[in-house]
Design a protein around this ligand. Structure first.
Ligand code: GLC
Length: 635
């Protein structure tokens, strides 16, 4: 049963007006609650729940004003979390977990029943049991049902609570793992929550996604520093953790705090560039699935979107419209030679730009931002479609490139030396099909196939329709390399020998065909499903799901698999990895109800296609000189 409850939402943060606030950009938006940094100090905590009335607190010379909003339910668990420890009546987070789980299971019953075209009547050992499993279904179907049931149960178990409300899912929850071995897998990662969030949205469980969106928004501009340097405002954390700490000045009471990590504690201190992009993508999916547009319309959410965009669209030294990032700034969050302009970031960037444009409220103060956004969309899609794309024809073109061309009309714009075409690629490129390369820099094309970037290029419409089909053609043609015994290779091929030593820095976790270096990641199933459904080729995803279903549960839902054909569970793979579980569930749900995938993908934008056609028409030789674009992006 849902009950009314309260959640305290940061309404505004202000104080001594910071010198580095968004003076120009937000100056024309009088009603915006601009998040601002406090000066100097390392701010550790976000204590958002204290009482059920409006409060204000002062931290680090920063006046914070909180107001109470009625969001939903669960006053029971919410209260108990925030009372004195000796006054909780025995209610713990685990209790809250169970309460919510029981509610959710009754909803899951309905959905699973609907999904499988059957009534779910009993509930045993935490697993939903279809009433007619034995009689009506093949053993395959039965196996599928049991696995899905287990996956739902594990996903529910991974839910993390903050003051009694579900706010995310833990990265991995292996009951047999000793705590010393956990590293940061006990955190809620933004990118890892996306498939969890999608699974909950598809199941009609909206609260957790809404809470996640609002709580991570509150973390957005919290100052974290590394060696006295803080990252740009608008950066979303890589992950956060709920900690229970003694209440200031009161030994007998505790409070829960959200502790974000913006990369300053992450292995290698990598910047989570993808977090904000995923946040925007999830926000849009929330609105589309739930029909509740009030979240995206909130002033603080609108501000959050703008802050992310502002950070991504900021002028820098870049010559290209693609986002310039350091190594390890996305799913591959270690040194893997993906610094510069990696495809994954570009596909997410494009998707986030399109999604943000859909959600931004029209107002005078945003005109400049929207203009910059529109220009970037066109330049980004032109640049990627034109220069990242390889197929057999293009490869042959590169093979015959002349070098050292100086002019606006250069064919070999990036001065690529044909020797960069590795022998593996000459063999590997199928007659039918193509893909976007992993990275493009001056005199450097990284020809590795990166799956997430290619799949999300289809999902986001960064790829043309023709290119999208060609990517799926290539996946089919290269099935034994990209899927084999477990979907889906994170990238292909692996770096080996001297290349591995130089590019990864001899990383023992990223040895050839392991982890990020050619390992296979089941979580990628959901992105594959969305891409295939969008292109009306769901059978490709269904085949991959079938392969995954044979092993995933039996292998305890590993984070990744190793070896060329994904035969082994990854050397250091976590078990019960939440995004492996959620990725599988989302893929299953979408295959059963493909229409729902519309809420996730971005449709091709007619105006962008039109602009690109005009550019192509005015340059029949495909030598696109600089006079074509009024805007000064060098494409
Ligand atoms: C690893 C992955 C990263 C993921 C994290 C938590 O670091 O590379 O993408 O977010 O684990 O699962």
């Amino acid at each position: 049963m849902m009950m009314a409850t309260t959640e305290i939402v940061r309404h505004a943060i202000f104080g001594a007006a910071p010198a580095h606030s968004f003076a120009g950009f937000f100056a024309n938006t009088p009603h915006l609650d601009v998040h601002s940094k406090a000066h100097g100090k390392y701010r550790r905590r976000s204590s958002l729940f204290l009482s059920s009335c409006s409060i204000s607190r002062t931290w680090n010379n920063c006046f914070r004003d909180y107001t109470v909003r009625n969001i939903n339910d669960r006053s029971q668990s919410l209260k108990c979390q925030c009372q004195r420890v000796d006054d909780t009546g025995g209610m713990t987070s685990a209790d809250a977990n169970r309460t919510w789980f029981t509610e959710s299971v009754s909803q899951a019953n309905q959905i699973l029943g609907d999904l499988n075209g059957q009534k779910v009547t009993s509930f045993e050992n935490g697993s939903v049991m279809p009433s007619n499993v034995a009689s009506d279904h093949s053993s395959y179907k039965t196996r599928g049902n049991y696995i899905e049931d287990e996956a739902w149960r594990l996903l529910q178990d991974s839910v993390v609570y903050y003051c009694g409300s579900p706010v995310g899912t833990i990265a991995a929850k292996d009951p047999s793992d000793s705590s010393s071995n956990v590293l940061n897998y006990d955190q809620v990662f933004i990118r890892d929550f996306i498939p969890s969030g999608m699974a909950f949205l598809l199941k009609g469980e909206y609260d957790i996604v809404r809470n996640f969106i609002l709580h991570t928004l509150q973390l957005q501009s919290w100052e974290k520093t590394m060696d006295c340097h803080s990252p740009g405002q608008g950066l979303m954390p890589a992950s956060f953790k709920v900690r229970t700490v003694p209440l200031d000045g009161d030994d007998s009471a505790t409070e829960e705090v959200l502790d974000p990590d913006f990369g300053e504690a992450a292995i290698g201190r990598v910047a989570p560039v993808d977090s904000g992009l995923w946040w925007i993508i999830l926000l849009r999916a929330y609105g589309k699935c739930s029909g509740d547009l009030s979240v995206q319309e909130r002033i603080d959410v609108q501000t959050g979107i703008k802050m992310i965009l502002k950070l991504c669209l900021a002028d820098g030294f870049d010559m290209f419209p693609t986002l310039l990032v350091t190594d390890g700034s996305c799913m591959i969050d270690r040194r893997m030679g993906i610094h510069g302009h990696p495809l994954e970031i570009q596909a997410l960037f494009y998707s986030a730009l399109l999604s943000a444009r859909e959600m931004l409220a029209p107002e005078d103060g945003s005109a400049d931002l929207i203009r910059a956004l529109n220009n970037r969309l066109i330049a980004l899609s032109f640049h990627t479609q034109e220069y990242y794309w390889v197929d057999k024809r293009k490869l042959n073109e590169i093979y015959r490139y002349k070098q050292e061309e100086y002019s606006y009309d250069a064919v070999n714009k990036f001065n690529i030396y044909p020797d960069q075409i590795s022998p593996w690629l000459v063999e590997w490129m199928p007659d039918k099909g193509g893909y976007f390369i992993g990275n493009l820099q001056p005199a450097h094309m990284d020809f590795r196939f990166f799956s997430l970037g290619n799949l999300w290029s289809i999902v986001s419409s960064l790829a043309t329709t023709h290119q999208s089909h060609a990517i799926l053609d290539l996946i089919e043609a290269k099935w034994s390399d990209l899927v084999a015994d477990m979907p889906f290779k994170i990238c292909y091929p692996a770096l080996e020998g001297q290349e591995w030593r130089i590019i990864t820095g001899s990383d023992p976790k990223n040895t050839p065909w392991s982890y990020h270096n050619g390992g296979s990641w089941p979580t990628l199933l959901w992105q594959l499903a969305v891409a295939c459904i969008k292109m009306n080729r769901p059978e490709i995803a269904a085949k991959a799901i079938d392969i995954a279903e044979r092993r995933l549960a039996a292998d305890k839902w590993p984070e990744y698999y190793d070896t060329k054909r994904a035969r082994f569970i990854g050397k250091q793979a976590r078990l019960y990895q939440t995004w492996s579980i959620a990725g599988f569930l989302v893929a299953k749900l979408l295959i059963e109800k493909p229409d729902a995938a519309r809420n996730i993908w971005n449709d091709e934008d007619a105006e962008i296609v039109n602009a690109l056609n005009i550019m192509a028409d005015s340059n029949p030789g495909r030598k696109r000189g600089r006079k074509v674009l009024k805007k000064t992006y060098i494409v």
